[in-house]
Design a protein around this ligand. Structure first.
Ligand code: PLP
Length: 412
């Protein structure tokens, strides 16, 4: 049930801005799986959007030192000078992009960066082009901020990547932003320089369209993939691009809630206005921890990347051996996004026909006790997302169960 309907039934009148926004499907599935687990069922949850590693010790130590040093008060509105300096340095060192201190901003997670940016720029009816499959929060945040999400389906054959012709066709006089995420949650697809170029050429022809890029999974790429961010490829886009990143995924710091971005000064200032009335500033202790994450040793990133790659190969290999499923090789992130069209129309041992990907994910949860997220939650069907940020032993067991569950289905 839509959350607004539920709230209204309880006699409460919610604001119309949340009318079409629901609690994330991912969180709903996670909650259902967790409840089944509490009831003693051996559920394996492959839905988590966070690394299974711990925050590095040097980062924890920096946070403890910050507490002991009394670094426990409000900070500068959109980031301490030390963290902004570390962010500027990160963009220079890792992306070859030069931002000034007043061209970067820090917020309570990349999610708040997105929220600040859309709140600060969208008027009712303004459109945001979002290639699907997309991280569910994108369209919900756009709607909460009064904008209109314009989903553009990007299929597996196109590598789940937006094509220049599609972008050109989706642009209207009302387009304010196009939002690209590489590597992607949920598909794991990433844009190489050659994939970005034709899109950049389209954008150069449409100066009223701004570009928002979410580089959150930059450090989790495989097979030597050469990560690049659009502004590094095309400096002319810098004056209308917001480059978003954060410490959540690379440094296993999801709970610390620090995200950051680089962009043109007037946009950064407008975003600070929103933040000033929302949170006043990000957490002081978390900012101190993020400084250490960005400035400290980076060698562990490679080890973690190798560990994720082993798990990606394991999951990918097993999925592609299962009759009815197919999965393209993701370039990054810690998700596989497998197609399940070969399963549709089949009947479960309990006699339920699988009509759509959410029926398949329900079947996997109820009968095989494996929690995955259906493609419909990300705007593209019929697919399902597995997060492989869990132990290899659990992944093997989950894939054994998925294989058995698929084999138990009766053909159409
Ligand atoms: N961007 C993408 C693509 C994500 O998958 C997520 C979290 O799942 C975020 C941003 C949010 O990151 P943060 O924890 O910094 O809010």
């Amino acid at each position: 049930m839509n959350v607004t309907t539920e709230i209204k039934e309880a006699g409460f009148r919610p604001a119309s801005r949340i009318a079409s926004v629901g609690v994330s499907k991912i969180l709903q599935i996670g909650a259902r799986a967790a409840a089944m687990k509490r009831d003693g069922l051996p559920v394996i949850i492959l839905g988590a959007g966070e690394p299974d590693f711990d925050t590095p010790d040097n980062v924890k130590a920096a946070a403890k030192a910050a507490i002991d040093a009394g670094d426990t008060k409000y900070t500068a509105l959109d980031g301490t000078p030390a963290l902004k300096k570390a962010v500027v340095e990160k963009f220079r060192r890792e992306n070859g992009v030069i931002y000034a201190i007043d061209e970067v901003t820090v917020a309570t997670g990349a999610k708040q960066i997105l929220f600040n940016a859309f709140m600060a720029t969208l008027d009712p009816g303004d459109e945001v082009i979002i290639p699907t499959p997309y991280w569910t929060s994108y369209s919900d945040i756009v709607e909460v901020c009064g904008g209109v999400p314009v989903p553009v389906p990007c299929n597996a054959a196109a590598g789940f990547r937006l094509q220049a012709k599609q972008l050109e066709a989706a642009i209207t006089p009302k387009t304010r932003w196009v939002l690209l995420n590489s590597p992607s949650n949920p598909s794991g697809a990433a844009y190489a320089a050659a994939d970005y170029r034709p899109l950049i050429d389209v954008l150069l022809r449409h100066p009223h369209v701004w570009l928002m890029v979410d580089d959150m999974y930059e450090h989790i790429v495989y097979d030597g993939f050469d990560f690049v961010t659009p502004v590094a490829l095309e400096p002319r886009l810098k004056e209308r691009t917001l480059t978003i990143n954060g410490v959540s995924k690379a440094y296993a710091m999801t709970g610390w809630r620090i995200g950051y971005a680089g962009g043109p000064k007037p946009l950064i200032k407008a975003m600070a206005v929103i933040q000033s009335q929302a949170t006043s500033c990000p957490s002081s202790v978390s900012q101190a921890a993020a400084v250490e994450a960005l400035n400290g040793p980076q060698t562990f990133l490679k080890e973690r990347q190798e560990s994720f790659q082993r798990r990606r190969d394991l999951v990918l290999g097993r999925l592609n051996e299962i009759d009815g499923l197919e999965c393209r090789t993701p370039e990054g992130a810690f998700y596989t996004f497998a197609g399940c069209s070969g399963i549709l129309g089949k009947t479960t041992p309990k006699g339920k026909r699988i009509e759509a990907d959410h029926d398949f994910s329900d079947y996997l949860l109820e009968d095989a006790h494996v929690a995955v997220v259906p493609g419909s939650a990300f705007g593209l069907s019929p697919f399902f997302r597995i997060s492989y940020a869990t132990s290899e032993a659990e992944l093997v067991e989950a894939l054994d169960r998925i294989e058995r569950a698929c084999a138990a289905l009766k053909p159409c």
